[in-house]
Design a protein around this ligand. Structure first.
Ligand SMILES: Nc1ncnc2c1ncn2[C@@H]1O[C@H](COP(=O)(O)OP(=O)(O)O)[C@@H](O)[C@H]1O
Ligand SMILES: [Mg+2]
Ligand SMILES: [Zn+2]
Length: 561
């Protein structure tokens, strides 16, 4: 069966055959039944949703001698003549090819004549946005004073390109994208009628690739049939669309959740080399994360997620490994990447850069917290020429090496330079788990606040910019019994009062405790005298701290000579 055959054979013949556009067809049928017909109509909507079909049906319905509830009978002499294109009173024009002033002038001259045998003379102008400016003006003249017998039906995919003067003279109907299940049902009945077997999954995949345009779905179906005449199956659809197999998208999502840049890039390279379009790959990835989000937040796996049970099960497993926030972030980042790729001269490079940035972003948080902890440890190692090297290898197989060196020699307790090498196999999990920094000492809290001060201010600003403006004038004075005391210069009385308001204190405490992973009270006072905290450490203390932070099995302690 050829493409044209399905397309022709299944063009809707009555309003009731136009699927998914009931909001339009109901009104049109009503107008016909109550004989309340306007002179100009505009049907807009994306391609393949039924604009031209509805226009043709309407042209018969207004002239039919034997109307059924507003539908054309398609049997009477008039209906038949319109269907076989021998009726001179129904004129179809494609504005894409007849877009000049001359064409419309000619039309204007002709509209004066009464219809030959029908009630209405109907002009269907398809893709009307293609008319030239002059042609629009000429058309406008006719629309301003239309003769009784005249009916214009305009159709367009781009209504925004139509002058307001024309729009205001038309009754406008927007045809919607057609829902997947409606498209699937339509394909099923087509398959039954032409006697071909099908796989439900295959039809769902076709519908998912048609973007709500029935015509697209039908033409994919057509190509599948010529590809494999026995049956429409999933593999055929995948081969034909050059579409990424769902499993491959899932694999990509898995690597992304793991922040595995290397595997993601290798897979993307493979997908694109196989001829997959960047934009549709991104689209599928976005849909995948969207489905993950729905499954994670609602537990629903049917209906709003059009996929097989096994696929939903896979997604569910994956969604357990990632937070809602992270999924949302992926969706946002992928969507903006998609927009930018559309405009990019080299979308592939942009895609790769965006993916790396995306996967690095989350990794950065780990690096940051790692660095903070290194600094915290470092503070305890108050000794000269001490080098702390912390190597981590994430599950993704990348290495993060943070190296810091102390230059000053201040402490009296540790005599020789130390070298700690800490190897860690999988940091990511541990970092997530280690929310409870059990009983940090006051000194550790003090150091953590000092080391994270910019991050704390940034977080406060994101929650309450006014509060940040106040707090940034304060200085940490001391930490005692897990209470952090902040001082203001005496000139900042307003700030002290504002900072001490209970709701501000609560907010600040919340931020602080969140960043430090430690419940910590706060207080604001006026500056009196300076009293920095100084505590001494022996090398054993430091060793204990390091082991506590990273675990005995991964810490190797070497004394250099
Ligand atoms: N709403 C619909 N219901 C049923 N079939 C449709 C619908 N929209 C489009 N089709 C199918 O797609 C084909 C092209 O539709 P058409 O009306 O020309 O779309 P448009 O003018 O919006 O691009 C039709 O012949 C029909 O087979
Ligand atoms: Mg059309
Ligand atoms: Zn009829």
């Amino acid at each position: 069966m050829s493409h044209q055959a399905i397309y022709r054979k299944f063009r809707p013949k009555t309003f009731d055959d136009v699927l998914g556009q009931e909001h339009v067809t109901r009104t049109l049928k009503n107008q016909i039944m109550t004989d309340n017909i306007a002179h100009a109509y505009l049907f807009s909507g994306i391609r393949g949703t039924g604009k031209t079909s509805t226009a043709k049906i309407f042209s018969r319905a207004v002239n039919c001698l034997n109307n059924h509830d507003g539908n054309p009978c398609n049997e009477c002499e008039i209906c038949k003549s319109i269907l076989n294109e021998t009726n001179m009173d129904v004129i179809e024009m494609d504005a894409a090819s007849n877009n000049g002033v001359e064409d419309i002038r000619e039309l204007r001259d002709k509209v004066k004549f009464l219809p030959v045998k029908s009630r209405y003379k109907v002009y269907i102008i398809d893709e009307v946005h293609m008319l030239s400016k002059g042609a629009f003006n000429a058309l406008l003249k006719t629309l301003e004073e239309p003769p009784e017998h005249l009916l214009f039906i305009l159709a367009t995919t781009e209504p925004q390109k139509i002058p307001a003067t024309i729009l205001s003279r038309c009754q406008r109907f927007d045809l919607k994208r057609i829902k997947s299940d409606v498209i699937v049902e339509n394909m099923k009945s087509i398959c039954k009628e032409i006697g071909i077997e099908y796989d439900e999954k295959a039809l769902s995949l076709i519908a998912a690739n048609s973007e709500g345009a029935m015509r697209d779905a039908q033409s994919i179906l057509d190509r599948c049939i010529s590809f494999n005449e026995d049956k429409i199956d999933y593999e055929t659809v995948i081969n034909l669309l050059g579409t990424v197999n769902y499993q491959v998208v899932l694999e990509a999502a898995n690597y992304m959740v793991d922040k595995d840049i290397k595997s993601t890039m290798v897979l993307v390279d493979d997908i694109l080399n196989r001829g997959k379009e960047i934009l549709s790959f991104l689209d599928e990835l976005i849909v995948c994360f969207r489905n993950m989000l729905i499954i994670k937040t609602t537990g629903l796996t049917d209906n709003i997620i059009r996929m097989s049970e096994e696929e939903a099960e896979d997604l569910k497993k994956l969604s357990n490994r990632v937070s809602v926030d992270e999924i949302v972030e992926f969706i946002e980042d992928l969507s903006s990447a998609q927009l930018e790729c559309k405009r990019a001269l080299n979308p592939r490079v942009l895609l790769e850069a965006k993916l790396i940035k995306m996967l690095n972003k989350v990794e950065n948080i780990n690096i940051d917290s790692l660095v903070n902890r290194i600094e915290e440890l470092e503070n305890r190692i108050k000794n000269g020429n001490t080098a702390t090297v912390i190597k981590t290898k994430s599950s993704a197989g990348r290495h993060v090496v943070a190296e810091t060196r102390k230059r000053s020699a201040t402490s009296e307790n540790v005599s020789s330079p130390e070298n700690f090498e800490i190897k860690k196999q999988d940091t990511s999990e541990k970092f997530v788990k280690e929310k409870q920094f059990e009983n940090k000492s006051d000194e550790a809290i003090y150091n953590a606040i000092i080391n994270n001060w910019q991050a704390i201010l940034k977080k406060v600003r994101s929650e309450n910019a006014g509060l940040q403006a106040i707090i940034r004038e304060s200085r940490l004075h001391e930490v005692k019994n897990k209470k952090a005391v902040f001082e203001f210069d005496p000139k900042f009385t307003f700030h002290i009062n504002a900072a001490n308001q209970p709701k501000n204190k609560v907010k600040f405490k919340e931020v602080l405790s969140g960043i430090l992973n430690e419940e910590c009270e706060v207080e604001f006072t006026i500056k009196k005298d300076e009293k920095p905290i100084k505590t001494k450490h022996t090398i054993e203390d430091i060793y204990e701290d390091v082991v506590r932070e990273f675990g005995e099995e991964i810490v190797e302690f070497k004394q250099e000579d």
